[in-house]
Design a protein around this ligand. Structure first.
Ligand code: KPL
Length: 297
C-alpha cells in the first residue's frame, strides 16, 4: 500500500521502518525541507524515505498522522486539498479531542484512531530505537472508517500485535486514564515512571483515579477503580525505566499534551458538572510551567 507518515517522531519513525520492511511504499511528511530523510532502526541499515513529495501524497492510501495531539490541526490542514478523498486518515497520538476539534473539516474522509503501547525512542534525528514490545489497537472514528478493519492485518503484519477494536473509544479512555495518572506527576516531580510506585504517591494516584472513574462512568465508559488502579500500576512497573512523554516535553521546554490529556478530562467532566480538584490542580501546575516559559520568551 502507499502509506505516508505525517510527523516522523519516535513512533512515526518506528512505523515507517516496520511498514517499509513489510513491503509497503512508505513516504514521510515532516517539517524538514529535505527531499529525502534517512532513518536507521536499531542496528539495521538505514532506510531512505521520500519526504514532502506532493505526488506520493496524492497517491497515498493511508495517511498515518503521528504528530503530538496539539500539532494535529496545523500538520493536517495544509495537506487536505492535496490528498484523495478516499485516503484513510489514521491518527495515533496520546490524549483525546484533537480529531473532534477537526471533525467538521475532515468528516468526508474515512477516519480511524489508534493507540499503541509499543515503546520507541529517537535519540537523534536519523535513528529510532525500538525499546519495548506492545500492542496496537485500531478502530473506526466515523462510518467510513468502519470499512477499514483490514488495517489491523496491515499493521499486525508490519509490527505485531495489532488488533481491530470495534470500541476504540473505550481503549482511548483507558489510555487517557493511564496518561492522566502518570504523565503530570512524572513531569512535576521530574522522575521516571517507576518512581510513582513509591508509597508517597499512593494517595495522589488514588485521588486521580477516583475522579477519572466518575468522569468515565458519566461518559458511559465502563470503569472500576480497583482494576484501573491495577492497570496503572502495571504500566508504572512495565515502563519503570522510562521518562514519560510529558516529563520529556517539560524537561526540554516543549509544549506538553496536557490540554489533550488532563485538559480533555476536565472538559468532559464539566459537561456533567463534575468537579475534579486533584486533576485540575495537576493541570494548572503544568500550565503554569508552560506559561512561565512563554513569559520568559
Ligand atoms: O504513554 C505514555 C507516555 O509517556 O506518554 C506512558 C504509557 C506513560 C509511558 O511512558
Amino acid at each position: 500500500m502507499n502509506i505516508t507518515i505525517v510527523g516522523p517522531g519516535a513512533i512515526g519513525s518506528l512505523w515507517a521502518c516496520k511498514l517499509h520492511q513489510a513491503g509497503h511504499n512508505v513516504s514521510l511528511y515532516s517539517r524538514s525541507t529535505n527531499k529525502r530523510l534517512s532513518i536507521k532502526l536499531d542496528n539495521l541499515p538505514e532506510i531512505s524515505f521520500h519526504n514532502n513529495d506532493a505526488q506520493r501524497l496524492q497517491q497515498t492510501d493511508i495517511l498515518l498522522i503521528t504528530v503530538k495531539s496539539w500539532q494535529v490541526e496545523s500538520a493536517l490542514l495544509p495537506l487536505l486539498d492535496k490528498i484523495d478523498s478516499k485516503t484513510i486518515l489514521l491518527f495515533m497520538h496520546n490524549g483525546m479531542g484533537a480529531v473532534d476539534d477537526l471533525n467538521s473539516q475532515i468528516s468526508h474522509f474515512p477516519i480511524v484512531l489508534a493507540t499503541t503501547t509499543h515503546g520507541a525512542l529517537k535519540p537523534y534525528a536519523q535513528c529510532v530505537l525500538y525499546t519495548g514490545k506492545g500492542q496496537t489497537q485500531i478502530g473506526a472514528y466515523n462510518d467510513l472508517g468502519q470499512q477499514c478493519s483490514f488495517l489491523a492485518d496491515v499493521f499486525n503484519h508490519a509490527l505485531p500485535s495489532a488488533v481491530w477494536n470495534s470500541d476504540i473509544n473505550t481503549a482511548l479512555w483507558n489510555k487517557l486514564a493511564i496518561n492522566c495518572a502518570i504523565n503530570p506527576l512524572t513531569a512535576l516531580h521530574q522522575c521516571k515512571n517507576g518512581a510513582l510506585a513509591q508509597p508517597q504517591f499512593q494517595i495522589e494516584i488514588q485521588e486521580i483515579v477516583t475522579e477519572l472513574v466518575q468522569v468515565m462512568k458519566a461518559n458511559h465508559i465502563q470503569a472500576d477503580e480497583k482494576s484501573l488502579l491495577n492497570t496503572i500500576y502495571n504500566v508504572i512497573n512495565a515502563t519503570a525505566e522510562n521518562y514519560s512523554s510529558m516529563h520529556q516535553d517539560i524537561h526540554h521546554k516543549r509544549n506538553s499534551e496536557i490540554d489533550f490529556i488532563t485538559g480533555f478530562l476536565i472538559k468532559a467532566a464539566a459537561k456533567h458538572h463534575i468537579e475534579l480538584p486533584k486533576n485540575r490542580a495537576l493541570y494548572e501546575s503544568i500550565k503554569q510551567i508552560e506559561n512561565n516559559w512563554q513569559s520568559e520568551e
